[in-house]
Design a protein around this ligand. Sequence first.
Ligand code: AP5
Length: 223
Amino acid sequence: MNLVLLGPPGAGKGTQAQVLVKNLGLPHISTGDMLREAVRNGAPLGLKAKEYMDTGKLVPDEVVIGLVAERLRQPDARKGFILDGFPRTPEQAESLDRTLVQLGMPLDHVLYFKTSLPVIIRRLSGRRVCGQCNKNYHVKNFPPKQEGVCDACGGKLVQRPDDREETIEERLRVYEAQTAPLIDYYRRKGSLAEVSGDLEVEPLFAVLKSLFDKKVRSAGAGR
Ligand code: AP5
């Protein structure tokens, strides 16, 4: 299964991707995670990306496009993939189309997590991440056992620099201007499936699972 998770910041893409990884056994390709790792490692890519990320802007297309094209060519992606946070501009979407044609791997679903503004704000302002292993928490929805401490590795939980109120506003503005047009792009191609990002994690997974099952059944009926 070849999937793209599309939706505003805080829609729950990364959280649902973890559930999909467990259930489908596919690699999770998150450009946000790849860029944050490059920042942590002090890699040249990270130095270039940090300023854009911290201010809520998109990292330039030429940086991100190459990164994803290379990742999709790794052997583990041959069985399918979960792309999270990419594509985010029409240029990225067109480049992804070209890469997938070259690889002979068409998209099965572009899952659009339609999410209301109050939910987005609550999720982003309450998100905490482990500074050591990167595990994701939420102060109310998914709190750690001990406040401020990662259950998995004991690392300190911190707020992402781009989850500050003023940066959230900019990220939402950038999403509307540069990424939201992809909803129509994929709708026209017939690959868009709109789901409610407002749902809790398990009910949302149930919706996705029934979507996947339906696709498998209709592929079977067409044989
Ligand atoms: P990125 O990391 O991709 O950020 P994003 O798209 O803004 O998405 P988020 O990670 O904020 O949210 P999410 O939808 O994954 O929500 P999550 O599951 O964490 O990108 C960061 C930056 O990198 C960009 O701003 C840009 O600068 C750069 N970048 C990345 N990709 C790029 C690209 N392609 N081109 C150019 N630049 C790029 O959930 C949020 C919170 O809610 C968590 O606390 C979670 O526990 C909680 N939660 C999640 N789901 C639920 C649920 N269903 N119910 C209750 N709580 C939930």
